[in-house]
Design a protein around this ligand. Sequence first.
Ligand code: TMP
Length: 261
Amino acid sequence: MKKGKKLYEGKAKIIYATNDKGLVIQYFKDDATAFNNQKKSVIEGKGVLNNRISEHILSNLSQIGIKNHLVKRLNMREQVIKLVEIIPIEFIVRNVASGSITKRLGIEDGTVLKEPLIEYCLKDDKLGDPLIAEEHILAFEWATKKEVEKVKKMILRINDFMIGMFRGVGIKLIDFKLEFGRLKINGKDEVILADEISPDTCRLWDSITDKKLDKDRFRKNLGDLIPAYTEVAKRLGILHEQSNVSAVNVTKLSSVKRKRK
Ligand code: TMP
C-alpha cells in the first residue's frame, strides 16, 4: 500500500490518502490539546501509546460485532482505516459525572450515574463543540433518526464491553467520546465506529485509588501523562511487564523513528 497526500490534519491525528480509494492512513501525533485548543503541548510518545491502545480496543470491539473503521495497525504511529464520512457529532457517554457536566450542572465530581448518560456535541471547533439535543441532530439533518437509533444501540454495547474490559484490569471507565462514520458496504448504507478510543478520549480512574490515568493529567497539569498511558497499555496486556517499555523507552523509540524520516 502506498501512502499518498495529506487529506486532513486534526488536533491529534493526520489522515493520508492511499492508492486504495476506500482506505486511508491515520497517523497519531504527539500533540495534546484541551479546552478546544486553548491549551496546547507536545507530549513525546503519546501518539505511539494511543495508536496501540486504540488498535487494541477497536479490534476487541470488532470481535464482539461492533463494526469499525480499523483495518490494521501499520507501525508505531499509523493504522490503515476505512474512509468514512464522519457524522459531525461527538457522542459522549458518561457512567460517572466528571469534567464538563460537573461544571455545567453543578453535579459533584465522582457521582455515579444510575444509567449511562449519552450527550451530543456538534463537532465544530469554531463554535467550541456545543452541547446539543437529539432534536437538533434531526432538525438540522446532521444524522437521520435511523442512524441515531443505531448509534445509540452500538454505544450501549460498546460501553458495556469497555466497562468490563477496564474493570478486569482495575480501571473505572468514567466517561468517553465516540465518533461514527457512514460507509457503503455491499451497496448498503452502514454506520460504523470511527476515530480513536484511547486515554485521550476517555476518563480512566484506577479502581482503588481513583488516580487519573487519562488526558485529565494534561488538562489539570497533573504531570506524568506518559507513565499513566503506559500503565493503561500494560494493564490491557499491550505492553508486557517484563519488556520494561517505560515512558522513557516509548519516547526514545518514537524520537529515533522521527529522526530517521
Ligand atoms: P467533557 O467532560 O469535557 O465533556 O468530556 C467528556 C469525555 O469526552 C472525556 O472522556 C473527554 C472526552 N472528550 C474528547 O475526547 N474530546 C473532546 O473534544 C471533548 C470535549 C471530550
